[in-house]
Write a protein that binds this ligand. Structure first.
Ligand code: GDP
Ligand code: MN
Length: 400
């Protein structure tokens, strides 16, 4: 699960990481008020930032550093009336309905720091770079040696000596070493305590020297967190951050019915049971020249209503020009799938080719049901095995 920057900043602030204050706005007027608050408190910069579940905002013009209330008004007007397009958004971009107007800081240097799970070493790892900011992806691609890593202890997490060592390797000096190390420890602790899958600060900034801070200050000015969906039962605060407006509506509907659905870019809708079978189905569709439109796993215990809803979701995708059903009935009974196909044919209708491959529990009964309903489902073909099914759906949708 993803959350907004302002929510991630709240978690950081609660953990004791220095984060500039700010206010959330959904209208231009609210944004102007929030900017006035920043300047009234003595700030010289207000930063207006689009709150969407995608990065790359700076380069897209959706993070604006403003020196006056008027500049903040212009920035807010632009952001609330244009879709944001960045390499991290769909091509049509994302609508912006929320802004963060934060107190800005002067920047001497930008760093990157994150805690995430490194699957290859099976450890949580602190990664950091002295070349943080909006070009971090480019740095990671062209100069991987500029990305520093420190694995966390699997049991005891990040130790203070590891955090200090990382601060030194990044080039922090004097009093800022302890400031940076403290932030790394708090970030690592938050990652574990909140069941995060990513806890990222980019940029973590060092401010220029000032009278109050002769060596500068280390501050987080952007935050991106993602969380383990399976941990939400014990993460009520994080769960409350869920913003349905940022999610694919079909994925939300599927979720309500206990289905796992992920929209993809292709044209062949797939209804499968079990994640492993779903992945092999997508592979075999691709092997035979098709492109899956989705990943939909109905699981073992979905009811006939849930499976019918699954068909409704697949068929409501305008790009779908064929549907492949591939079920290996173990706990799932094939006749339940057959009944859902028949119900869907009545309520939604299969206007596109449908290929059905059923095997396993109650398959004989399921085949009888489908045979009897064949007249009501003219676009249906039945397949003997998975290869046959993939070939049939690809052939049926070619040139469609
Ligand atoms: P992102 O592009 O979506 O990651 O958005 P960020 O919040 O990271 O902002 C992008 C860039 O805007 C940062 O790397 C900074 O260079 C700049 N920026 C953001 N906040 C401030 C600020 O308070 N002061 C200054 N001077 N620049 C900022
Ligand atoms: Mn950033």
């Amino acid at each position: 699960m993803r959350v907004h920057e302002f929510q991630a900043r709240q978690l950081l602030a609660e953990a004791g990481v220095p984060v500039p204050s700010g206010g959330v706005a959904t209208t231009i007027d609210e944004a102007v008020k929030a900017a006035e608050t920043v300047f009234a408190a003595g700030g010289s910069i207000a930063v207006v930032k689009a709150q969407v579940h995608a990065g790359g905002r700076g380069k897209a013009g959706f993070v604006k550093v403003c020196k006056t209330v008027d500049e903040a008004r212009t920035a807010a007007t632009f952001m609330l009336s244009n879709r944001m397009v960045s390499p991290q958004t769909p091509p049509e971009g994302l609508a912006v309905s929320r802004l963060l107007v934060a107190s800005g800081v002067d920047i001497a240097k930008e760093f990157y720091v994150a805690v995430l799970t490194d699957r290859s070493t099976r450890r949580n790892v602190l990664i950091a770079s002295a070349e943080g900011g909006v070009d971090i992806e480019h740095v990671a691609e062209t100069r991987p040696e500029a990305i520093l890593k420190q694995p966390l202890d699997p049991v005891t997490g990040l130790h203070p000596y590891m955090a200090r060592d990382m601060a030194f390797r990044l080039g922090f000096q004097g009093k800022t070493v302890a400031q940076a190390a403290d932030i790394f420890l708090k970030l690592a602790r938050t990652f574990i305590e909140k069941d995060a899958t990513l806890a990222e600060i980019n940029p973590l900034v060092l401010t220029p020297a000032s009278a109050a801070h002769p060596e500068g200050q280390v501050i987080a000015i952007d935050a991106k967190f993602t969380f383990d969906d399976n941990a939400m039962f014990r993460q009520k605060q994080v769960q409350a951050f869920f913003d349905p407006a940022e999610e694919n509506p079909s994925e939300i509907r599927a979720n309500e019915f206990g289905l796992s659905y992920v929209a993809l870019d292709g044209t062949i809708g797939c209804l499968v049971n079990g994640a492993g079978l779903a992945m092999s189905t997508m592979d075999i569709v691709k092997l035979h020249g098709g492109e899956p439109a989705n990943f939909l796993d109905v699981g073992g215990s979905a009811s006939e209503e849930a499976v019918t809803e699954a068909f409704r979701i697949i068929l409501s995708d305008a790009r779908v020009n064929g549907v492949l059903v591939n079920i290996f009935g173990g706990i799932m009974q094939c006749d339940r799938i057959a009944r859902a196909i028949i119900a869907s044919a009545k309520t939604v209708g299969f206007k596109v080719p449908l290929v059905v491959r059923l095997e396993g529990t109650n398959v004989t009964e399921a085949r009888k049901l489908l045979e009897a309903a064949r007249g009501d489902i003219p676009t249906m073909q039945t397949a003997g095995d998975l290869t046959d099914a993939a070939k049939r759906i690809v052939a049926a949708t070619k040139g469609a």
